[in-house]
Design a protein around this ligand. Structure first.
Ligand SMILES: [Zn+2]
Length: 367
């Protein structure tokens, strides 16, 4: 497998349309065409990550945090960033990052946290993107309606909630007159034809619209396929930062804080709020989520779990009646490393070794 094949596996989990405008997820350094035998997963591209990659003959490093955010004007081998770039290039390693798209996607960092903390009825805390939906109707001769319906459904059309392959079908009569230069599947040139047909209607998400249309045309027997595509005002799936969900039963902030500390395997956490506060509705955001405190308030959360809470963030939360658990930037994001190892491992077709950066630790100690 090549780097581009691993990236396409990553993009299936964390699609590019969920990359925020300020973010720089994607290829950082290296070639898409490089063959991959060994992958290393890390939160960051630190000098320790690079040393471990070189020691283990790694071909591709996947990080959560992009290495490049702002433009670089100099690569100096006298500073750490320049040394990292130089070592990566000298050792022919490719570096790829999935950041905000891995935060927001289904199954990403915030869903991992929600699952660990057993939240139900989860939805994004702050909406970033809502899928646009389209309706396709296609006219098919009765002999081929099953095969076209199957092609639509197997390629992702007709998803409504947890139901796939949803279609509506009506029978009718199609007419056409093949003119010169045609090679009709049914009928003859110059003769008006009447055919028993079925109109198949289904719903399609904008991201797969063109591939669904291609698959539909491929499965259809006619030389010229008659179909319509309508934009819909129905709301598609929403994606965004953080999650808000519910616990199965109310607990105190004291009890919930201990659950968070144990479940997220944090050495320490910081808790803001009265320890007797009742907690049922939980908001969370892996990493630095202080900018979503007002979203927690609007969503009527009882507590907010995130990292990097500063003095004034905590003050704002408490003024809004919101308890906060700061489980650390690292403490809330480290869980994605093992998750990615399993996800990539389950999706690769070649024998590729996947290592995780074991020395990945929070860059500070609490004593
Ligand atoms: Zn982060």
């Amino acid at each position: 497998m090549l780097v581009k094949d691993i990236i396409s596996i990553m993009n299936r989990l964390a699609p590019n349309y969920l990359i925020d405008s300020w973010d720089n997820s994607g290829l950082q350094i290296g070639s898409m065409e490089k063959e991959v035998k060994k992958v290393l997963i890390s939160l960051d591209l630190s000098i320790d990550t690079v040393k471990e990659a070189i020691k283990n003959n790694i071909d591709m490093i996947i990080t959560h945090h992009p290495f490049f955010f702002s433009s670089i004007k100099t690569i100096s081998l006298d500073d750490i960033k320049g040394k990292i770039i130089s070592e990566i290039i000298k050792n022919d390693i490719t570096v790829f990052s999935a950041h905000t798209n891995l935060d927001m996607c289904e199954g990403g960092i915030n869903d991992i946290l929600s699952d660990k903390l057993k939240l139900s009825n989860t939805k994004p805390l702050s909406r970033f993107h809502t899928d646009k939906l389209y309706k396709i109707s296609v006219f098919v001769p009765l002999t081929h309606s099953d095969v076209v319906r199957e092609a639509l459904g197997d390629n992702g059309a007709g998803f409504i909630g947890n139901y796939s392959h949803c279609t509506f079908n009506t029978k009718g009569v199609g007419t056409f007159l093949p003119s010169s230069g045609t090679n009709p599947f049914i009928g003859k040139q110059g003769v008006l034809e009447k055919v028993e047909e079925e109109k198949i209607e289904t719903i399609v998400d904008e991201h797969i619209l063109s591939s669904v249309i291609s698959a539909m045309i491929e499965a259809h027997p006619y030389e010229e396929v008659a179909y319509d595509v309508y934009p819909l005002n129905n709301e598609g799936e929403s994606y965004g930062y953080g999650r808000i969900g519910e616990l199965s039963e109310e607990v105190t902030l004291e009890q919930f804080s201990r659950t968070v500390k144990d479940t997220l395997e944090c050495e320490t956490i910081r808790v803001y709020g009265d320890m007797n506060n009742k907690i049922r509705k939980v908001a969370l955001c892996g990493g630095s989520g202080s900018s979503f405190i007002k979203d927690c308030y609007r969503n009527k959360a009882d507590v907010y779990i995130t990292g990097d809470i500063k003095y004034h963030d905590a003050q704002l939360a408490l003024e809004l009646g919101l308890s906060v658990i700061d489980a650390g930037h690292y403490g809330t994001e480290k869980h994605v490393i093992d998750y990615l190892r399993k996800y990539i491992g389950d999706n690769i077709t070649d024998d590729i070794e996947i290592l995780v950066h074991k020395n990945s630790v929070a860059p500070f100690k609490t004593i």
